[in-house]
Ligand binder design. Structure first.
Ligand code: ADP
Ligand code: LRH
Length: 470
């Protein structure tokens, strides 16, 4: 058996096929990266899933034969299969507005307390539960979350990997099985939900046209198929006293726990209890993340991220800060205009240049990180000595330093590709090469470049800035 494993990692902004070699430590190589650009079709924002699939096949072909393949992606979104197992249209993007008002209606009919008690999930308007209720399900036989859909196309096997299933709002947080009483109460067809599989279990063999296109075959192994589950599995922590921020399109900020927290205070703070590797709970809240910056850049064609970040470092501190989690920032569109409007609404002068916008975004995001990390500590009782910041955001030095300053805690930044690392390490464990989560994490710590940021400056300034958002 070779010690090479392939990770297919689909993020909301880009997808990649990564190759890991565990012959001597852990070496990770990017084989193929491709943009993930949603398309609007007849007024619906959708994922171009067939293009993503052909990129995946091309990436696997380039990777060459491996011992196993694992697939992860962003959460909550899904494809529907009909009776002939064909996909009934491209999956709808979670930022599409078809779920407007659905969460409120469900909370009224079922009760917000009941929903939280069953699933332990934070309310996000796009959770799968709300998407399914907004969808036309006639003719639909099976619902497959994105990595499960890719896994089905690669192997012909259907199933629902449990870490990602926990983001649907329809998984019982205590038993980690489908919450059929809730599913029935909502009038959703129970048959839509395929059998659950655990990270590390076999999905099937890469076969048929997929194997022809790739040019080789290998087992596909279920991983923490929710990208955040894989990312947190690869946080290079050495003990339990850590918080994490998985920072890409979203910032997922929180702590890892052995049990869910389902208190009224936790629900009021909209904290989520997502299923992690080995029965762990990802206790976190979504912060709007680098989406704010991505959408600003989209509004400024020709702009250069590196130049903007270095110019932002020289801008006046705290000239303007916004609450990054304002729902107005969620859909795609002119982000600078929305930030300007939010500044005016809160009595602040809007930023006057792209660099000033970037400064505002990064300080605002650091304030969002601070609040989520502090609340995670308070609500769970977990001590935190260090914040691990992983994902593409770990390459943003200014954001890492602001986060350390805002949290008043050291930030260890990296790896940027934590998700792919968590993906391959779960496969490697199934192959008997790694023993447990602690060993996975120490392998990451020993093999990947990390950078430490100590909190600096006067903590009072962040205190005051946070008070401006309260
Ligand atoms: P996702 O998985 O959600 O698509 P990633 O983890 O790939 O997101 O992170 C993408 C983000 O990382 C980009 O939007 C960008 O802000 C940030 N990023 C990536 N590379 C760099 C870099 N060299 N410098 C600063 N920021 C970076
Ligand atoms: C990050 C992520 C996050 C979800 C969001 C939809 O990529 O999976 O954990 O909340 O996408």
């Amino acid at each position: 058996m070779s010690r090479r494993f392939a990770a297919v990692d689909l993020g909301a902004s880009s997808g990649r096929v990564m190759l890991a070699d565990l012959s001597d430590g852990l070496e990770l190589t990017e084989v193929r990266r491709f943009p993930n650009e949603p398309v609007t079709v007849a007024g619906r924002l959708q994922w171009d899933i067939t293009r993503l699939y052909s990129e995946i096949l091309a990436g696997l072909r380039d990777a060459g034969p491996v011992s196993s393949v694992g697939v992860d992606s962003w959460a909550v979104d899904y494809g529907l299969l009909d009776a002939s197992s064909s996909l009934m249209g491209d999956p709808v993007h979670y930022r599409d507005d078809r779920t407007r008002g659905v969460a409120e209606r469900v909370a009224e009919s079922v009760g917000a307390e009941t929903l939280y008690d069953v699933s332990g999930l934070q309310v996000l308007p796009f959770n799968t539960i709300y998407q399914l209720l907004a969808d036309r399900l006639d003719g639909a036989v099976t619902m497959l979350l994105i990595p499960d859909l890719i896994g089905y196309w690669l192997t012909g096997e259907v199933g629902a990997e449990v870490t990602n299933a926990s983001t649907t709002g329809l998984l019982d947080v205590r038993t980690r099985s489908w919450a059929f009483p809730l599913i029935e109460r909502l009038g959703l067809p129970a048959g839509l939900f395929p059998p659950l599989r655990q990270p590390g279990e076999a999905v099937g063999e890469l076969r048929g046209r997929a194997a022809d296109a790739v040019g080789w075959s290998a087992p596909v192994t279920a991983v923490g198929s929710h990208d955040t589950a894989s990312a947190v599995a690869a946080v290079p922590a050495s003990g339990p006293a850590f918080a994490y921020i998985s920072c890409g399109t979203w910032s997922l900020a929180g702590v890892e726990l052995p049990q869910p927290v389902l208190t009224p205070e936790s629900r009021a703070a909209n904290f989520t209890n997502e299923a992690g590797i080995d029965g762990t709970v990802r206790y976190l809240r979504n912060v709007m993340g680098l989406w704010l910056l991505q959408e600003c850049l989209r509004a400024w064609p020709g702009s250069d991220l590196r130049e903007l970040l270095s110019a932002a470092a020289g801008e006046r501190p705290f000239a303007a800060v916004v609450n990054p989690d304002e729902p107005v920032f969620l859909p795609p569109g002119d982000m600078p205009a929305r930030i300007a409007a939010e500044c005016r609404r809160t009595g602040q002068e809007p930023p006057s240049s792209p660099a000033a916008y970037v400064r505002c975004v990064l300080e605002s995001l650091a304030l969002g990180h601070r609040l989520a990390v502090r609340q995670a500590m308070e609500l769970s009782g977990r001590d935190v000595e260090v914040v691990h910041l992983v994902g593409g955001g770990s390459r943003n030095e200014l954001l890492c330093q602001f986060t350390a300053d805002a949290c008043g805690l050291p930030v260890v930044a990296g790896p940027a590709e934590a998700t792919a690392l968590g993906n391959v390490l779960v496969q490697a464990r199934s192959a008997g090469l790694v023993s447990d989560l602690a060993e996975m994490r120490s392998l990451v710590a020993a093999s990947q470049p990390l950078r430490r940021y100590e909190p600096s400056g006067d903590p009072q300034v962040w205190e005051k800035a946070a008070a401006r958002l309260a």
